[in-house]
Design a binder for this molecule. Structure first.
Ligand code: SF4
Length: 331
């Protein structure tokens, strides 16, 4: 169902003479890791190991040097602004199914000017969706993103720069809620999510509304906080130290105490030890605050949300935290 391009990976390993190769998978593909390791080992004769740590994006590329000659990273596209490493091969795991009938089924319900977006696995579906929608008389818009985005129309959970500005409606091709929600938070235009496997489709306005209510509640809880813990993530594509320093300056100017902690894996257990902090501000992956905050005992805010809690920004000016290129900090 998803193209793991094992023949191509094997040819790449053989042609470059790699003897030791690390294999990195996101959580959703780890069930394939042993089979991939076996098949590549049979084809190439090289020695492989699977990176066991969690991985949620190409922002978190395993540092293979020292333990391997090369890395094959599955499930994500490169983030161009992070630079090119000839010893890393990315396998996006593109979906191989045909989404044509699913798009046809909803074409009539969409307005005239439709923007298309997708998570990377379903980027090939953008071309197919365009064919179907144009045949149905729609005007279809697909935009390139900034330097963190490889493919036109591609969305990261932290970057919706490929959102077509002129669209009357966004058709988002992907599974799960987070990516389309992140896109929906960055626009007033309605977003329909199409699950390319099941054909299920839904508008996301209610979910967006519920998320905004939860964010409002978290910000309100944080308004009386005195001690801010600003969390920096040391993963290559999530390290926004300059942004963290800016939040600290703002918190101190607003009469708060502010401390900085740096870590690789941000989670409830890792933060709960700082029991005398009143609020956590996450400058790493925006998903942590938006998706996972119910798992934390203290309010977890993004940097723009911290500005609201500090009285420096109005709720009416709420913006989603995105990691843009060049890393934009607060927008
Ligand atoms: S920072 Fe988060 S949303 Fe962005 S690429 Fe990394 S894991 Fe995905």
């Amino acid at each position: 169902m998803f193209d793991l391009r094992l023949d191509e990976a094997a040819d790449w390993i053989i042609s470059r003479g790699y003897a030791r190769v690390a294999l990195q998978f996101p959580e959703g593909l780890k069930s394939k890791a042993i089979e991939v390791s076996r098949r590549l080992s049979e084809r190439t004769g090289a020695s492989f190991f699977i990176v066991g740590d969690p991985c949620y994006g190409a922002c978190d590329i395993f540092e293979y040097r020292g333990t391997a000659d090369a890395l094959v990273h599955f499930g994500h596209s490169p983030i161009p602004s992070q630079g090119d490493d000839p010893d890393v091969m990315y396998v996006e795991a593109f979906y191989e199914g045909d989404i044509g009938s699913h798009v046809s089924a909803i074409a009539d319900s969409l307005p005239h000017k439709v923007g298309l977006m997708a998570t990377v696995q379903y980027v090939p579906g953008i071309k197919r969706a365009r064919e179907i929608l144009e045949a149905a008389g729609k005007e279809v818009l697909v935009s390139g993103g900034d330097a963190r985005i490889l493919c036109p129309g591609q969305a990261l959970g932290c970057n919706s720069s490929a959102m077509p500005g002129e669209a009357e409606h966004i058709l988002f091709i992907g599974e799960g809620d987070f990516h389309p929600l992140a896109a929906a938070l960055g626009t007033d235009v309605e977003v329909t999510v199409l699950n390319p496997i099941t054909g299920e489709h839904r508008r996301i306005a209610d979910l967006k509304d519920r998320l905004l209510r939860r964010r409002f509640a978290a910000i309100e809880r944080a308004r009386s906080a005195q001690r801010y813990l600003i969390v920096v993530c040391s993963k290559k594509g999530q390290d926004r130290t300059a942004l963290a320093d800016s939040v600290i300056r703002k918190a101190v100017s607003a009469g708060k105490e502010a401390y900085k902690v740096r870590m690789t894996e941000i989670g409830p257990d890792a933060l709960s030890v700082y029991a005398d902090a009143d609020v956590y501000v996450i400058t790493g992956c925006p998903r942590i605050a938006l998706d996972d905050s119910a798992r934390y005992s203290k309010p977890v805010l993004t940097p723009p949300e911290a500005e609201i809690a500090l009285g420096l920004r109005n709720w009416d000016d709420y913006i989603i935290d995105e990691i843009r290129s060049p890393q934009s900090g607060l927008k």
